[in-house]
Design a protein around this ligand. Structure first.
Ligand code: UD1
Ligand code: CA
Length: 461
C-alpha cells in the first residue's frame, strides 16, 4: 500500500499571520489542499497529515479532505523538527508499505512528480529516495552530499553545512519515498544533535546509507514544483505559477484567455469551448460557463451557472443562473438567487436580487429588481425600483408577461402587474395593475400660465 505523511505542524513565523501557514490560500484554496490532492491523484491510498500550530483550525478547514489528522504536540517541553513530526504517524506505517513524505508548504508539487518518484523508488529497489533539484540559489535548503561516484551519502541542512557543502547546488525538496519498515526503524534512531536542536527527517537518509541500505535521489524535471512557501512574497510567487497552470489548462481545453497574467479562475470552474475571457476577470467556486460566451473585462462571477452565447461586461454575478444569449452590463449586479431566462438584457447599473426574469425581457438602465417574479417580454424602464422592503419585512412583486414598466416607477411590494399591464412613467404603484390597462399613479400636471412674469423673475421684461 502507498501511504503519505504530510507535514503541516510548523508555525510559519515568516508569514507574520494569525492564520496557520498551510491555510493561506493560493488561487482560492488552502495550500495544504493542493498537496493532499496531488498525493491522492498519485494513487496514494492513505494520507496522514501532521498538524500542530493552529491544528484545530487546519482540521476544521480540511475536514472533508478524507485525510487522517495526527497532532504533533507543540511547546517548549516537546521536541521539534520534521523527523519528530513524521514520528507522529509511526503507528500507522505498515512494514510493507511505501511511504511518501510531503511538506504541506510546497503547494506546487504535482501528482505526476509524486508518481514518478514512487516508480523510480520501486524500480530501483531503493529503501529511501529523496526528490532533489538544482537551484541557482540554494540558500536555506538542505544540500545533497554525494560521494566521488555520485552516490548519495546524506543531506545536510544549510545551517549545519561546511563551507564546501554550502556550495552544493543540488538541494533536498523535502519530499521522499521510503520503505515502511526501514523508515520506522530509522526514525527511532535520529537525534537532535544539530545547529537547530531539531529532529531532522533528513537524517533518515544518512542512517539508511550508513547501515548499508540502498538510497537514491530522483532529480525533478521542473524545480518550480518544490518551491517552498514560507513568506507572503513566496505566496505571491506560488499564486502566479498556479494561476498560470490553471489558465493554461483552460486554454488547452478551448477557452481563450486574453491575458492569463491577470485573469483569476479557480480550479473547479467549468468553461465551454470558444468562450473568451477578458482581462481582470475573476471566476470562482462552482461556476459553470457555457460555450461561445464573452466574459468581459473586470467581471466577477461566483458560484453561478451561465449558459451559451452570454455576454457579460464589467459586472458581478453571485450565486445566480443566466440562460443562453443574455447580455449583462456593463456595471450590472446579479445578487444571489437570481435566474435570468434566455435573451435577456440587464444593462448599466441594474441590480437584480432573488428574482426570476422570463425570456426576452429587458432592464436596460438604472433599475433595482428585488424579490420579484418577472415574466417574458417585459420592459423595465430606466430608474424603475421594486420597493421590496418596508423597514421590517421583505415582500415579493409579480410582473406578468408583456408588461411595460415606465421609467422612474416604484412598484411597492406586495403588488401584481397583470399581463400586458402598462405603467406610466413616474408612477408609484401600490395596487394591482389590471390586464391590458394603463396605470398612472402620479399627480396630474398643472400649467400656470404667465407665472414667471408675474413673479418678475425675467428681468428683460
Ligand atoms: C526542510 C528540510 C530541508 C529542505 C527543505 C525544503 C529538514 C530538516 N529540512 O527544511 O532539507 O531543503 O525543507 O523545503 O527536514 N514541520 C512539522 N513539524 C515540525 C517542523 C516542521 O510538521 O516540528 C513541517 C512544516 O510545517 C513544513 C515542513 O515540515 O510543512 C518543513 O518544515 P520547515 O521548518 O519549513 O523545514 P525547512 O527548514 O524548510
Ligand atoms: Ca520550508
Amino acid at each position: 500500500m502507498n501511504i503519505s505523511i504530510i507535514l503541516a505542524a510548523g508555525e510559519g513565523t515568516r508569514m507574520k499571520s494569525k492564520l496557520p501557514k498551510v491555510l493561506h490560500k493560493v488561487c482560492g484554496k488552502p495550500i495544504l489542499e493542493y498537496v493532499i490532492n496531488a498525493s491522492k491523484n498519485a494513487d496514494v491510498e492513505k494520507n496522514y497529515c501532521i498538524v500542530g500550530h493552529g491544528g484545530e483550525m487546519v482540521k476544521e478547514a480540511l475536514k472533508d479532505s478524507q485525510v487522517v489528522f495526527k497532532t504533533q504536540p507543540i511547546g517548549e517541553d516537546y521536541p521539534y523538527g520534521t523527523g519528530y513530526a513524521a514520528m507522529q504517524a509511526i503507528d500507522h506505517i505498515e512494514d510493507d508499505s511505501t511511504v511518501v513524505i510531503l511538506y504541506a508548504d510546497t503547494p506546487l508539487i504535482t501528482d505526476r512528480t509524486i508518481q514518478k518518484l514512487m516508480e523510480y523508488h520501486k524500480e530501483n529497489k531503493y529503501d529511501g529516495t529523496v526528490l532533489t533539484a538544482y537551484l541557482d540559489d540554494p540558500t536555506g535548503y538542505g544540500r545533497i552530499v554525494r560521494d566521488g561516484e555520485g552516490h548519495i551519502l546524506k543531506i545536510v541542512e544549510h545551517k549545519d553545512a561546511t563551507e564546501e557543502e554550502i556550495k552544493i547546488k543540488e538541494i533536498n525538496s523535502g519530499i521522499y519515498c521510503f520503505n515502511g519498515r526501514l523508515l520506522k526503524y530509522a526514525l527511532g534512531k535520529i537525534d537532535n544533535d544539530n545547529a537547530q536542536g531539531e529532529y531532522y527527517i533528513t537524517d533518515v537518509i544518512k542512517i539508511l546509507k550508513e547501515e548499508g541500505h540502498k538510497v537514491g535521489a530522483y532529480l525533478i524535471e521542473d524545480s518550480v514544483e518544490i518551491h517552498g512557501m514560507n513568506s507572503r512574497v513566496e505566496l505571491a510567487f506560488c499564486e502566479k505559477v498556479m494561476r498560470r497552470r490553471i489558465n493554461e489548462s483552460y486554454m488547452m481545453e478551448g477557452v481563450t484567455i486574453i491575458n492569463p497574467e491577470n485573469t483569476y479562475i479557480e480550479k473547479g470552474v467549468k468553461i465551454g469551448i470558444d468562450s473568451i475571457i477578458y482581462p481582470g476577470t475573476i471566476i470562482t467556486g462552482d461556476t459553470v460557463i457555457g460555450e461561445d460566451c464573452i466574459v468581459g473585462e473586470n467581471s466577477r462571477i461566483e458560484n453561478s451557472k451561465i449558459g451559451d452565447k452570454v455576454e457579460i461586461y464589467s459586472s458581478t454575478i453571485t450565486e445566480s443562473t443566466v440562460d443562453d444569449e443574455c447580455h449583462i452590463g456593463p456595471y450590472a449586479h446579479l445578487r444571489p438567487n437570481s435566474h435570468l431566462g434566455r435573451n435577456i438584457k440587464i444593462g448599466n447599473f441594474v441590480e437584480v436580487k432573488n428574482s426570476t426574469i422570463g425570456n426576452n425581457s429587458k432592464a436596460g438602465h438604472l433599475a433595482y429588481i428585488g424579490d420579484a417574479d418577472v415574466g417574458k417580454n417585459v420592459n423595465i424602464g430606466c430608474g424603475a425600483i421594486f420597493v421590496n422592503y418596508n423597514g421590517r419585512s421583505k415582500f415579493r412583486s409579480v410582473v406578468e408577461d408583456n408588461a411595460f414598466i415606465g421609467s422612474n416607477c416604484n412598484l411597492v411590494a406586495p403588488v401584481v402587474v397583470k399581463e400586458w399591464g402598462y405603467i406610466a412613467a413616474g408612477s408609484t404603484i401600490t395596487d394591482e395593475v389590471e390586464k391590458g390597462s394603463l396605470s398612472i399613479a402620479r399627480a396630474k400636471q398643472v400649467n400656470k400660465k404667465g407665472w414667471v412674469d408675474k413673479k418678475g423673475f425675467n428681468k428683460d421684461k
